[in-house]
Structure formats: structure tokens, C-alpha cells
Design a protein around this ligand. Structure first.
Ligand code: BGC
Ligand code: CA
Length: 177
């Protein structure tokens, strides 16, 4: 990355020496569709890019690793709106299993945080009556769209689907004139 930036700066430097060009840098969120660049296997939902695994159910730890192998993370909902949007999308797929999220209370019992970013799981996101740490053995959080809206803590060893979220892509360009 650094080398690419050095290369780009050198190119821009040489260009500016050759003629009195004005160079205007431009960085935008997302991938403009005009570029025809694929984001597969990530799909765009709202402004984010997500990978939805419904073929190979995995336990929570394996799901976490699978997302990291793709340079992504298990989903950590940043807002109620984001969770509602993803919920709607997943519902339309009629999935037969829940989806793992990044939520866990590994570090401190009953204190659920997104393991992908360390932030607390907002209390507004829980399904009524959850988290209940059923049979004192539930430390990983999922959503199950065929049940009521909200997160549920569950057994980490269960084989569920999962959703990964990619880092927000940026498109950088510069205009030379
Ligand atoms: C409970 C959940 C629990 C799940 C385990 C449900 O009936 O409401 O809290 O996580 O069973 O399978
Ligand atoms: Ca539970």
C-alpha cells in the first residue's frame, strides 16, 4: 500500500513538473457501478457490503475465522436501522437456521460486546427476554428471522449460518487538467 502511494505520488510529481497541470484528488465511499468492478462474494445492502453464508453452517468460532479469512468481520450492527435492513434481507431468503453475529459475552458474563470491534451490543437490539444465558451455556449472539425480531444469545458450538461485513470500500481517483 505504501509503495503504491509512493508510486502514485512520484507519478503525480513528474506530471506536475511536465506541465502546469492541476491535480484534484477525489475519494468517495463505495464502488461506483460505472466501474463495473465486482464486489463478490459481498453484496451491497444499503451502503454496506455483506457476505451471507447459507450453505455451510459453522460454529461461532469457525464463522468468526471464515469472515477474517475473507478480510471481513462477523457482523456487528452499528444501528437499529442496519439490523432492520439486514433482517429484512435475510427474511426474504427464508433461511432455516439462525445467523451468527459478532456479539459475545466471553470477556465478562452477561456483558455482551461485538467481538469484532469491542463495542457494547446496544440493549435495544435484543429480542424480548434475551439475553437469558439459557442453561448457563449461551455466550454467542445470533438472529433468527423466523422468530421475533432481535438478538438471542445461544450456544457457541451450534452450527449456524453467519453474516460477514466487509470494510467500507473507498474509490480514489484524481482529475488532471
Ligand atoms: C430460548 C432462547 C434459547 C434457545 C436455545 C429458546 O427457546 O428462548 O433463549 O437461546 O431456546 O435453543
Ligand atoms: Ca438465549
Amino acid at each position: 500500500m505504501i509503495f503504491k502511494l509512493v508510486g502514485l505520488s512520484a507519478f503525480v510529481g513528474v506530471l506536475s513538473l511536465c506541465a502546469a497541470y492541476k491535480i484534484t484528488p477525489n475519494v468517495i465511499d463505495g464502488v461506483p457501478s460505472i466501474l463495473n468492478i465486482t464486489t463478490e462474494p459481498f453484496i451491497k445492502i444499503g451502503t454496506g457490503y455483506y457476505f451471507i453464508q447459507t450453505k455451510l453452517p459453522q460454529n461461532w468460532h469457525a464463522a468468526f475465522e471464515s469472515c477474517r479469512q475473507m478480510e471481513a468481520v462477523l457482523i456487528a450492527f452499528e444501528s437499529l436501522e442496519e439490523m432492520e435492513m439486514i433482517w429484512k434481507h435475510l427474511s426474504a431468503m427464508n433461511p432455516v437456521r439462525p445467523f451468527w453475529t459478532a456479539g459475545t459475552d466471553f470477556a465478562e458474563q452477561d456483558k455482551h460486546v461485538w467481538f469484532s470491534n469491542g463495542q457494547p451490543v446496544p440493549s435495544i437490539l435484543w429480542r424480548e427476554g434475551e439475553p437469558n444465558n439459557f442453561e448457563n451455556n449461551e455466550h454467542c449472539d445470533n438472529i433468527y428471522v423466523t422468530q421475533g425480531f432481535g438478538l438471542n444469545d445461544d450456544e457457541c458450538a451450534k452450527l449456524f449460518y453467519y453474516v460477514c461485513k466487509a470494510p467500507q470500500p473507498k474509490t480514489a481517483s484524481f482529475i488532471v487538467w
